[in-house]
Every structure is written in structure tokens, then in C-alpha cells.
Design a protein around this ligand. Structure first.
Ligand code: ADP
Ligand code: MG
Length: 344
């Protein structure tokens, strides 16, 4: 081969290589991004599409912005400043949607989902300061005077709180963050994805095996450091959020205190419901109802599911042991699961 031919051959080879790698990069395939947010919460984002450059960094930036707005654990976050001063003209895009969604669920659940519980959350030691003594009944009564989301006034631009009110969106922060990440993916043209943050999930389209993504329902009876799925539900374009008293509680002087508070009493919610997994089109709404259900208990939750046309799986303790209630809309899509391992 003479020199000229060799050069042409070399160029041809390089061009072929570039075309092949370009096509490979562009072909839809499964990507998995994992990270950590809100302290120690793990998130997983899976999508089937052609690769979006820099998506990993965009997601973590979006979650940082989200926390800088809504975390009560960050002392200069937007929400912490609102709690200090009692009023706020929105700075980020995050506050107004969460106020609006919260008001809706508050109204539909007899006030049992209430993000104005901040002072009670602090008093019970579920907030940033864990080392507080349990409140006595006089303290609980006095704090009940500074809660009630119905008294928080807000519009599209600003919010103001009555004196001594504190907002705390911890119960729906994970679900809301899932929606925020899902919207980011949709903005990037991704149509097949699953976003999961600390167990709250939203999915759209299909996975790499051309099936709807699997949403896992955890077994609420296993110990806190283990994880076992009781069932999976394969549905397109749906969110799932779970609230359960079995995992996040603390024990003090032989008593168990769950971290969900009944705003009507000021005490931690107590009944036979072990966990509520709620389905909705957006994850923030699912998350808020899941918390409300843990306050309301089995029978009231069923009533609200009927009234709001919501699907849910409720796991409860009865005299026969552990039982579950699966709403009709979900039944055809439920697969009982004995397998361990990663969901796809
Ligand atoms: P779960 O994972 O069980 O849903 P979350 O962590 O989502 O629990 O929500 C519990 C947190 O929400 C509590 O730590 C507290 O900050 C707050 N909270 C407790 N009770 C309520 C309630 N009735 N309405 C709204 N927020 C609540
Ligand atoms: Mg929650």
C-alpha cells in the first residue's frame, strides 16, 4: 500500500468509528443515575432514551436548589426564613406549588395533613432538634393554638403566617422532589423514566424491556434496616408514595412514638394502620395523602379514597394478624412478589 492509500484508509476508518460511536450514543438505552439528597436519602433515576449529557449534574443541582428552598434543616433556606419572619415573597419556583397542593389535601382530609404542624413536630423531637423532652399536655395544648393550615394566607406571589406559626413540608418533600426531577427529565425530552427518592416513585412510559416500570410495595413488617417487597404494581404514568409508622419512630421510656402527628389531638397518631401506599398522577399529592391516611386510620382512609377517587394499598393489623386492603383500580395490576433484588 502506498502512503496516499494508507492515509485514505486511515481517514475512512476514523470516520466509520465516529459514525458508529455517534449512532451508539444516540440509540435509546437504559441509564441509571444514583445520588444522595436531603441528608442521607438515596435517589435513583432510570431512563430509556438517548443519553442526555450532564443530566447527572443537572439533577443534583435541581435537588440542591430544592433543599435550599424547602429544607427546615438549612437555617437560611427560604422556608426557614419564612418561619423566622412570618412572611415571604417567593424567591424560588418551589414554594407556591407546595402551598397550593398542601391546601388542597388539607381541605380534603379534614385537616389531617397539615404542614403548619412545625411547632408540634419540634416539640415531639421529629424536627432538626432531636434532643427535646416529650411535651406535657399543657405544652401540647398551648402549641395547638399555633397550628392550622387554614389560617395561612398565600397567593401566587407571597405567603404570610399568623404569629408563631411554622411551616414544615417534610411529609411531602420527597414526593415533591420526585415531581421536580421528573419535570426536569420531561423538559429534556425523556419520555420513559422512573424517578425514586427515598421510596417515593414516579414513572412514565416503559422500561428497557418494553414493560411499564415496576413500583414496589414494601412489606411493613420487616425490621427497619432490612427491605423486602410485598408486591409490585406495573402501571404507566403514575406515582406512588408510602407512609408508615413502622419505620420512623423512636422509643422513650418504653413507649413508642411515631413521627406522624394527629393535628386534631396534638399527639402522635395511633391506630391499626401500618402503612399506606397511595397512587396518584403526581408524587407530591400521593405523598400528602399517604401521611393523612396514617393519621386517619383504615376506615376514614377508605372513605376519602372513594370520595377522591384515589387508589391505595393499606396494610393494617387486625385480630387475624396482618392484612392488606387493595383498592379496586389497582387490583388488576398487582403482582405479589417474593423475589428480592432490583426493580426494573
Ligand atoms: P413517611 O415516610 O412515613 O411518610 P414522612 O417522613 O414523609 O413520613 O413524613 C413525616 C414528617 O412529616 C414528620 O417527621 C413531620 O415532620 C411531618 N408531619 C408529621 N405529622 C404530619 C401531619 N399530620 N401532616 C403533615 N406533616 C406531618
Ligand atoms: Mg411522606
Amino acid at each position: 500500500m502506498n502512503k496516499k492509500r494508507l492515509i485514505i484508509f486511515g481517514i475512512g476508518l476514523a470516520v466509520t468509528f465516529l459514525i458508529v460511536s455517534y449512532l451508539r450514543k444516540d440509540a435509546p438505552r437504559l441509564f441509571h443515575i444514583q445520588g444522595q439528597t436531603m441528608g442521607t436519602i438515596i435517589y435513583n433515576v432510570k431512563y430509556v432514551a438517548s443519553e442526555v449529557d450532564g443530566l447527572d449534574a443537572m439533577i443534583s443541582q435541581e435537588l440542591r436548589d430544592f433543599n435550599q428552598s424547602l429544607s427546615t434543616y438549612i437555617s437560611d433556606s427560604e422556608i426557614s426564613r419564612l418561619n423566622k419572619t412570618g412572611s415571604l415573597t417567593y424567591e424560588s419556583k418551589f414554594i407556591y406549588p407546595v402551598l397550593k397542593a398542601s391546601k388542597e389535601v388539607f381541605d380534603q382530609t379534614r385537616g389531617t395533613f397539615d404542614p403548619s404542624l412545625g411547632p408540634l413536630v419540634q416539640a415531639w423531637g421529629f424536627g432538626p432538634d432531636k434532643n427535646v423532652p416529650n411535651p406535657d399536655s399543657a405544652k401540647v395544648d398551648s402549641l395547638k393554638a399555633v397550628i392550622g393550615f387554614g389560617r395561612v394566607s398565600f397567593d401566587e406571589n407571597q405567603v404570610s403566617l399568623p404569629t408563631n406559626f411554622q411551616l414544615d413540608f417534610s411529609a411531602i418533600a420527597k414526593g415533591y422532589a420526585v415531581d421536580v426531577v421528573a419535570e426536569l427529565l420531561e423538559e429534556k425530552g425523556i419520555e420513559n423514566y422512573m424517578v425514586e427518592i427515598g421510596g417515593e416513585v414516579r414513572c412514565r412510559g416503559r422500561n428497557d424491556q418494553d414493560k411499564p416500570w415496576a413500583l414496589g410495595i414494601e412489606d411493613p413488617t420487616v425490621q427497619s434496616n432490612e427491605q423486602k417487597l410485598m408486591a409490585i404494581v406495573r402501571l404507566k404514568n403514575l406515582s406512588l408514595a408510602t407512609s408508615g409508622n413502622y419505620r420512623n419512630y423512636f422509643e422513650k421510656e418504653g413507649k413508642i412514638y411515631a413521627h406522624i402527628i394527629d393535628p386534631r389531638t396534638g399527639y402522635t397518631a395511633k391506630h391499626n394502620l401500618l402503612s399506606a401506599s397511595v397512587f396518584a398522577s403526581d408524587c407530591m399529592t400521593a405523598d400528602a395523602y399517604a401521611t393523612a391516611f396514617m393519621v386517619l386510620g383504615l376506615e376514614y382512609s377508605k372513605e376519602i379514597m372513594n370520595a377522591q377517587n384515589l387508589d391505595a394499598i393499606l396494610i393494617y393489623r387486625s385480630e387475624n394478624g396482618i392484612e392488606s386492603f387493595v383498592s379496586e383500580g389497582i387490583r388488576p395490576f398487582l403482582e405479589m412478589n417474593n423475589a428480592e433484588g432490583e426493580l426494573k
